[in-house]
Design a protein around this ligand. Structure first.
Ligand SMILES: Cc1cc2nc3c(=O)[nH]c(=O)nc-3n(C[C@H](O)[C@H](O)[C@H](O)COP(=O)(O)OP(=O)(O)OC[C@H]3O[C@@H](n4cnc5c(N)ncnc54)[C@H](O)[C@@H]3O)c2cc1C
Length: 300
């Protein structure tokens, strides 16, 4: 099906995009990589009258390292994130996640800003940004504000972005020493979207026990959340398989599990728990390896 007719606007700057959003408050949409918006327009699930193309706004593209961490422009594509050397060194979770998004064409065109703003329940990055405690930087008519990733996803395709705001960047603080990350995903075989995805950021204490674990879950419910019950159960504990498996039995706690044509709620519950266990163990091993301390066998 073809999209409903629309008027195309090309914004040359973030300010211009905000001005256009204000000019057409009810029926405008930003266009970035188009890999979520155009499919829903073709299905007539979205019928914006004004399409504001921000893909040429150069300020929104690229990765920069600063004193407050790494800043990733909203228009940075999945492929650029996957290959970026700064991110691979400083924040390897996002390149790992990017490499698992969709297919090659999607990764070449789709952007991190579009993926986060669209807030598909099955999208991959949301698990990563909540696990990383990332900050999302947005700009609107009143200037810039920062939204914690854990407060950004409000529900099915719904975020804390105001209708006249543009997501400009994602900021991730430097990871502490002795930290490992991992992303596990059960992918839908047709689209690549996450039936369930779990991201883990594990920091070890000097004695090899768990100083902190941050776990983000996507695909299981209407929006990405932190598995706080697991995080609490792991704190100060040894990360042997039995302890991690027992803690991860709470990975679905507080999630109103989706029950749809892709997976039943009961199946998702089991997958969330299993992927959480794998992600935590793999992140713990990487933390030990990066530290140069005890390997997996040495994790208490
Ligand atoms: C075949 C296929 C497979 C896919 N598989 C996966 C997958 O496995 N995992 C996954 O996570 N995703 C997957 N996707 C989605 C893909 O990652 C999209 O690229 C992404 O969700 C949206 O990014 P975009 O740049 O294309 O955004 P667009 O489609 O251009 O925009 C999406 C929405 O975000 C808004 N928006 C865009 N940029 C901004 C901004 N800077 N500020 C505010 N609002 C903005 C738009 O107005 C629109 O509402 C798949 C898509 C396709 C077509």
């Amino acid at each position: 099906m073809n999209p409903a007719p629309f008027e195309y606007h090309r914004a040359g700057s973030v300010q211009e995009a905000i001005g256009l959003l204000q000019q057409f408050p009810e029926d405008a949409k930003l266009l970035a990589g188009g890999h979520s918006l155009l499919p829903v327009m073709k299905l007539r699930l979205a019928e914006p009258v004004h399409l504001i193309d921000i893909s040429g706004v150069g300020d929104l593209r690229g990765v920069q390292e600063g004193s407050d961490g790494v800043r990733i422009g909203a228009l940075t594509t999945h492929r650029e994130i996957e290959r970026d050397e700064t991110l691979r060194q400083r924040c390897p979770l996002l390149p790992e996640i990017a490499s698992r998004v969709g297919d090659r064409q999607t990764r070449a065109r789709g952007t991190i800003g579009g993926a986060l703003a669209h807030a598909d329940p099955a999208a991959d990055y949301p698990a990563g940004v909540v696990a990383l405690d990332a900050e999302l930087i947005v700009q609107g008519p009143g200037g810039e504000r920062t939204i914690a990733a854990t407060e950004f996803f409000l529900g099915f395709l719904t975020t804390a972005l105001a209708p006249d705001e543009v997501l400009t960047a994602v900021r991730v603080a430097a990871l502490p020493a002795r930290t490992g990350v991992n992303y596990q995903k059960l992918a839908n075989q047709a689209s690549g979207y996450a039936v369930v995805g779990v991201a883990a950021v594990v920091t070890l204490a000097a004695d090899g026990s768990c100083e902190s674990a941050r776990i983000g879950v996507t695909g299981a419910g209407a929006s990405a959340v932190r598995a706080t019950a697991v995080e609490e159960a792991l704190r100060n504990r040894s990360l042997d398989e039995a302890t991690v498996a027992a803690a991860c039995e709470a990975a679905d706690e507080g999630i109103d599990l989706l029950d749809d044509l892709h997976a039943s709620a009961d199946y998702r519950r089991r997958v969330v728990r299993g992927l959480a266990r794998r992600a935590v163990l793999a992140a713990a091993v990487r933390a030990a390896e990066a530290w140069g301390g005890p390997g997996r066998a040495g994790l208490r």
